[in-house]
Design a protein around this ligand. Structure first.
Ligand SMILES: NC(=O)c1ccc[n+]([C@@H]2O[C@H](COP(=O)([O-])OP(=O)(O)OC[C@H]3O[C@@H](n4cnc5c(N)ncnc54)[C@H](OP(=O)(O)O)[C@@H]3O)[C@@H](O)[C@H]2O)c1
Length: 292
């Protein structure tokens, strides 16, 4: 299987590139501003750019689109840029997938829901409450409509190994390891299912292998709010010093509204893959802090 991963310099994309390669697939991935080992340049917003890797000439069977502007509050105040980087970029990749006759995977989010009644199943009614959520929904619907056999994986609260260590858990770990005192102003009313990017890659692999299509919710068995998540991480750093300031979302005054009771019920995936085990925040932390 030949797979091209757009956004392989990022958290989910890099884990997909690593896992698919280990499984013996022929994989290439792209970066945009942050070159990483084994990635080639590709700008989804400028498909005619002469510096772009020629994906069509490489003829992938599958294109995984992990490229995105994921800063939810920035999207809220930069709506046009958010549209370009989420919807227009996806329109461009859809055209590319059609040109290559490739299947497509799109990474979406629980932000397509309003967060009043989570955790969510795939057929629950969508109702995004932010610009980011609206644009992700528009993009996933376009992919499903336009590319035959395409797959949408909705994910949330992703953590795991990544070079830049920019995810929520990685940033806490980094500060603990550098003996920095942490100030944690965190909401107690935002709930989701933290999920390891490697498990997303593993789930995507089996779904692609079995030619599955449509929407799948991919979330681990963990379900917690931001404070519980931070404390779970801090348990592994008993010497860490921190100030915890519990807040509710309204007090945080974030530009974008959040789906408060978010996260997923992944009974669709689990019924099709009953022996597939997801890791947890604890299993990840105990592994990476061994000998610390
Ligand atoms: N992380 C989460 O908690 C989370 C939750 C829900 C959904 N998702 C979705 O999962 C997907 C992957 O997220 P992630 O956390 O892996 O994001 P990420 O780490 O920020 O990676 C984003 C990737 O997109 C690339 N990119 C940005 N602009 C591009 C452009 N114009 N052309 C080509 N590539 C471009 C980046 O390249 P450079 O870094 O090289 O510039 C990077 O490789 C996204 O669709 C996101 O919406 C993530």
């Amino acid at each position: 299987m030949k797979v091209f991963i757009i956004g392989a310099s990022g958290l989910v994309g890099s884990n997909c590139q690593k896992h698919f390669t280990e499984q013996g697939w022929d994989v290439k991935g792209s970066y945009f501003s942050y070159p990483t080992q084994g990635t080639v340049f590709y700008n989804t917003l400028d498909p005619a750019n002469a510096e772009n890797f020629d994906i069509a000439a490489w003829k992938p069977d599958i294109i995984v689109h992990c490229g995105a502007l994921t800063h939810v509050d920035y999207c809220e105040t930069h709506e046009d840029e958010s549209y370009q980087k989420t919807v227009q970029s996806t329109i461009n990749i859809i055209a590319l997938a059609k040109k290559c006759s490739a299947r497509m995977v799109y990474l979406s989010t629980d932000y397509v829901f309003d967060g009043k009644k989570g955790p969510y199943k795939e057929d629950d009614p969508v109702n995004p409450v932010s610009v980011y959520g609206r644009h992700k929904l528009e993009a996933e619907q376009l992919v499903l409509k336009e590319v035959l056999g395409s797959l949408v994986l909705r994910v949330t609260n992703v953590y795991g190994n990544e070079l830049r260590g920019k995810n929520f858990i990685a940033r806490i770990i980094d500060q603990c390891r550098n003996n920095q005192k942490l100030t944690l102003k965190l909401p107690y009313d935002q709930f989701a299912s933290p999920t390891n990017a490697l498990d997303i890659a593993r789930a995507m692999f089996v779904l692609l292998h079995d030619n599955k299509k449509g929407i799948y919710h991919i979330g681990s068995t963990d379900y917690m709010n931001r404070i519980e998540l931070a404390l779970r991480v801090l348990q592994y750093f008993p010497k860490a010093e921190y100030d915890l300031v519990p807040m509710n979302t309204a007090q945080l005054q974030q530009p974008a509204a959040r789906p408060l009771i978010g996260g997923f019920i992944r009974s669709k995936f689990s019924s099709e893959y009953p022996v597939f085990l997801f890791g947890t925040v604890d299993s990840y932390l105990s592994e990476i802090t061994k000998g610390y």
